[in-house]
Design a protein around this ligand. Structure first.
Ligand code: UD1
Length: 419
């Protein structure tokens, strides 16, 4: 298995290009299930998670071609039929559960393996199921499977107990083919929800209100051919912003969207990082002395849980006390154990982490326990004294395109080695 070896302490400089958003592309690829015509996704990020979701679609007999040179995915689901999705693939990636809504919408019947728990929390699917049953689906759960049946989905008023990203997406997709209007209250407002709505609209869906807490979907009969380019990845952009701050460098991040990054920009600015926002790029200057801050993860537009681990690495290097409160997932501080191996001073108390800044990280052998925890370890390694070796980096490859190449382009000493 591959490892990353980082020799820390290098000042970085230059420009980095951000890829398209993993969390936009996954539901968009899944949404092609609704459409029997050609769908082309341009500038698609060539990531493990994208390859897995494409395999899931292939297991349902979709015609999928991935052009890795031109970053294009072409999908035609005309010959799809309502057979069960490959269990192993579904369990491998939670986002696979998003196929439930569109499969139900198109075929009125679908059975899928229950998604497994995952490292960062139990991640129930009750909100997905409540929403789909409000659309008229009869749902049964048993023997490790969820089965949903509905002669025809019908529009409904649904109020989510919590603004779940996945549940909002699943319900939104199913509702595009339902009879009448669906209103989702307390919907998630993430930019990736807005992107999915735009994609659905581009193929003929009638949706309004995306990006607010109330989304309205008027069911349509069918869809048309579509070519679509998803938004940039705000989490990748945020990770490179922290790269500049933690290495005390000046980096230009191309493709970053200042609006989507507002909560991250606000926190880094509060810490003393200088940030210039341009139309298609952000320049981050982390060369000044930084101050500790407190952070609480919240649904968008609050501080994203997917940036919490990376922020922890940065705060470990800032003199003084910082507190991070994780409100979204119950078990998302696993990076702390690894960061402590590198010399961090972190105390975890339930959902809060108290961080006392230290002078420096020390290079160590550490393990990526999930995607963002892995990113946090890279950030720590970039500023550590000596060499850091990160194993289990397949987690990182799920969500960052060519991360070591991008960092090398900025002057980092980082190598991927096979062991
Ligand atoms: C998505 C993102 C993930 C991000 C998360 C929160 C994708 C592919 N993944 O995950 O990177 O960290 O949003 O921004 O887009 N919950 C329930 N019942 C449900 C559904 C969710 O209790 O039916 C809970 C979850 O356990 C969690 C919280 O709601 O505690 C947020 O989950 P949700 O917004 O659904 O996240 P995902 O869509 O799984």
């Amino acid at each position: 298995m591959d490892k990353l070896v980082i020799k820390g302490g290098k000042k970085l400089q230059g420009e980095v290009n951000i890829s398209s958003a993993k969390n936009s592309v996954l539901p968009i690829l899944v949404a092609t299930i609704l459409n029997g015509n050609n769908c082309t996704i341009e500038n698609a990020p060539m990531l493990e998670d994208v390859f897995v979701i494409c395999e899931v679609l292939k297991s349902l007999k979709a015609n999928v071609s991935i052009d890795k040179i031109n970053n294009k995915v072409k999908i035609n689901t005309a010959n799809l039929f309502d057979n069960d999705a490959n269990d192993e693939l579904v369990r491998k990636m939670r986002a696979s559960f998003l196929i439930m809504g569109p499969m139900l919408g198109r075929f009125g019947n679908f059975k899928i393996s229950l998604p497994g728990g995952c490292n960062i929390g139990t991640r129930p699917i009750d909100l997905h199921l409540k929403g789909l049953s409000a659309l008229g689906a009869e749902i049964s759960v048993g023997h490790g499977y969820v089965e949903a049946k509905a002669k025809k989905l019908r529009g409904s008023n649904i109020y989510l107990d919590y603004p779940s990203v996945g549940a909002t997406e699943n319900i939104m997709m199913a509702a595009t083919l339902a009879d009448g209007e669906t209103v989702i209250g307390n919907a998630a407002e993430e930019p990736e929800i807005v992107d999915l709505a735009r994609f659905l609209r581009a193929m003929g869906a009638q949706i309004s209100g995306e990006g607010t807490d109330t989304i309205r979907i008027l069911g349509v009969k069918d869809f048309k051919e579509v070519v679509y380019k998803p938004i940039y990845d705000r989490i990748e952009a945020g990770t490179f912003m922290i790269t500049a701050a933690i290495t005390k460098s000046l980096i230009k991040i191309n493709g970053a969207d200042g609006v989507h990054l507002k909560p991250i920009i606000a926190k880094l600015t509060e810490m003393g990082v200088a940030i210039e926002i341009n139309e298609n790029s952000i320049i981050v200057d982390g060369r000044k002395k930084l101050n500790p801050v407190d952070i609480k993860t919240m649904p968008y537009p609050g501080f994203p849980t997917d940036m919490q681990a990376q922020m922890m690495s940065l705060l470990c290097t800032v003199k003084g006390t910082s507190i991070i409160t994780e409100t979204i997932f119950e078990n998302r501080f696993m990076q702390a154990v690894e960061l402590k191996r590198m010399g961090a001073n972190i105390k975890i108390d339930g959902r809060s982490a108290v961080i006392e800044g230290v002078d420096t990280f020390t290079g160590s052998e550490v393990t990526a326990t999930d995607l963002r925890a892995g990113a946090a370890l890279i950030l720590a390694g970039l500023t550590a004294e000596g060499a850091t070796t990160i194993s289990d980096i397949y987690h990182i490859d799920r969500g960052y395109v060519s991360i070591e190449q991008k960092l090398k382009g900025l002057g980092a000493d980082i190598e991927r080695v096979s062991s």
